[in-house]
Each structure stands twice: as C-alpha cells, then as structure tokens.
Write a protein that binds this ligand. Structure first.
Ligand SMILES: [Ca+2]
Length: 337
C-alpha cells in the first residue's frame, strides 16, 4: 500500500478539501493498494475529467475502491491457449455437455436467431458456439471484480498497460451509462462482461439492444446474441462465406507463407504454388491464411478465410477460432440445421 505516494499522483492544490478528506479516509481504511494513488491513475483521472465530464472526486472515489488482484496477474500468465496442446484444447471445448447445451440454447432462442440471421447474416451455430465457449451459454459470466481486474492489469501489467488503461477508462464511463456501481460489477479476470464477454470499449460501441427494452444488457441472451452478430459484422463477416478448410501439403511446402497473424494474405491459387491444397472445393481467388497446429500427432494444416479471421477478432489465437468453429459445426449437425 502506497499511502505516502499520494503526492505523486494528485496535486493537493488542485483538489477541493472534500476530495482530500475522501482520499485520506480511503487511504486510512484500506488494507490494499489504493489505485487512486497510483502514479498512472492521474492519466485516467485527467481523461475522465477533461473529456467525459466526471468530477475529479468521482473518479478518485471509484479508483480508491480498486484493489490489486494477484490472481488476475497469475491467470493472465496461464491462459489455456498458451499451455494446452491443440488436441487437449479442442477436446476441452467440444465436450458432450457443451454440445448438448448448445443444441438446447439454439432451440430455446430460435425466434431471436431467425431474426439475427436475417438482419446480420451471421450463422446461429457460430454465435451459439461463442456463447458456449465464453460463458457456457451464460451459465458462468465471471466472478472477478471488473474494476479490480482492469485496474490491476492497467497498473501492474506493463506489457498490456496501455490497452487496459483505456479499458479501465471505458469501464468507468460504461458504469455511469449503465448506472452500475463500478466496484460491484463482475466479469472475467480480463474485465470482460456478460454472456458474450465484451470488454468495456466493445460493450459501449458494439453491443446492441436486441430486445428493444431500452437498455443494452449483455447479461441477457437476446441482447447478447444480437451483440455478437453486430460485433462480427463490424469486423467484416461475409454472409455465406467460407470459414476454414483442412489443407494437405506437398513434400516441399513453403512455411514462409504462414507468418504471424490470421488475416488472409494469399489466394488459394498462390497457396497451391506454395504447396498447400484445400481438401474441399474453394474458389482459386479466395484469400486465405495457412494455419498450422503442432501436436503430438504431428502437424495439422488449415486454411483460414476472412470469416475465420473475424472469429479470431474475439480472441486472436488460432486455436480459439478453430475450436469455436468446430464446436459450431458439431452443434449445427446435432441440431440438424
Ligand atoms: Ca435490451
């Protein structure tokens, strides 16, 4: 706890005495880090005061309630995508119970999905798979304090500090818009919220009021379904476009075409020249990215098209996008779509 670091953060002369009293009250009472006193908090306070009409006291009062969550830093280091093999990761995603619940979810929200497919052109099975993977169809939306999570990551996680400082700022604005108590809002260890696990910036910009009740509530299925579809459209979903193909390689395939990232970078005919062949029929002009999964059983190659890239905008790891898509296919098959 850095009680005496206060002077680094807030210039006393700028503060009305009530704010000072408030800060000292929190400083004296708290046994945790008080992030209103953190050096980097000043930028958050300044942005909210100068650009978003908050008073300094309001922001200080919110940040005073933010505590360090060591578990959050630990969990960031142990994300499943990093530690599991492709087979283990995929098997975990495609569990029988997740598939069964996905089929049930589709049936329950059939009317919503009819409307969403027509309006956005995003298949219901893909949206359902995202909800299944993110929160078990809303069954688990996270028990971390979003305020603690975002403050911890903004102020204690240097590599992603810029991103999470921005998300923390967005979260404080979102809390005002939604009339939430910022320190009581729950989500994931990364600060994602609702059935669809949107980060605050996406919640503010891309979440939509699907059930027309005047509020955007991602803890409610109709808004969550519409919002995922809207998110995909925003990122360039191509209605009826291909997602992936399993690929074969010849003896001298060129690994330099793989590279980093998942944005399609070569046409199917260019990849043919590089030694990769899709196992299903795809136009030679379609752009793709070669995706390779290393595993105990050897390498697996896939082509990821634009829609695969769009799924990866939810989580940039190829294993994630592939597991979501496979889950969507199994759910579609089981639901006889
Ligand atoms: Ca709503």
């Amino acid at each position: 706890m850095k009680v005496f670091g206060l002077s680094k953060v807030v210039s006393f002369s700028k503060l009305p005495s009530t704010a000072l009293a408030l800060i000292f009250a929190f400083a004296a009472a708290s046994s945790h880090s008080d992030y209103s006193q953190h050096a980097a908090a000043e930028a958050v306070i300044d942005t909210l005061v100068s650009d978003h009409g908050f008073s300094r006291e309001e922001v200080v009062a919110i940040l005073s309630k933010a505590d360090t969550e060591q578990r959050i830093l630990d969990s960031m280091a142990n994300a499943a995508e990093k530690t599991k093999t492709w087979t283990a990761y995929r098997t975990g995603f495609l569990s029988p119970i997740r598939i069964k619940k996905g089929v049930e979810f589709l049936a329950k929200h059939q009317q919503t999905f009819d409307q969403v497919e027509e309006q956005y052109g995003v298949p219901r099975a893909v949206i359902t798979a995202i909800l299944g993977v993110e929160t078990n169809y809303g069954g688990y939306t996270g028990k971390a304090s979003v305020l603690d999570a975002l403050a911890t990551l903004a102020f204690e996680h240097p590599r992603r500090s810029k991103f999470f400082t921005s998300e923390l700022t967005e979260f404080i604005i979102l809390s005002r818009e939604q009339q939430w108590k910022a320190d009581q809002q729950l989500g994931s260890y990364a600060g994602a919220m609702g059935m669809s696990q949107f980060m605050p910036s996406n919640y503010r910009r891309l979440a939509v009021d699907g059930n027309d009740d005047g509020t955007v509530n991602l803890f409610e299925p109709v808004d969550a379904i519409h919002s995922i579809a809207n998110y995909f459209v925003h990122h360039g979903w191509v209605p009826d476009g291909p997602v992936t193909s399993r690929a074969s390689v010849n003896a001298s395939f060129d690994t330099s075409v793989i590279g980093k990232g998942l944005k399609p970078n070569k046409t199917v005919s260019e990849l043919d020249i590089a030694g990769y062949y899709p196992q299903d029929k795809i136009a030679a002009t379609e752009k793709a990215r070669v995706v390779r999964f290393n595993d105990d059983d050897g390498d697996e190659f896939w082509f990821g098209y634009q829609n695969f890239y769009v799924i990866s905008r939810y989580n940039p790891r190829s294993k994630y996008a592939m597991a979501v898509y496979h889950l969507s296919q199994v759910i579609a098959l089981e639901a006889k779509l």
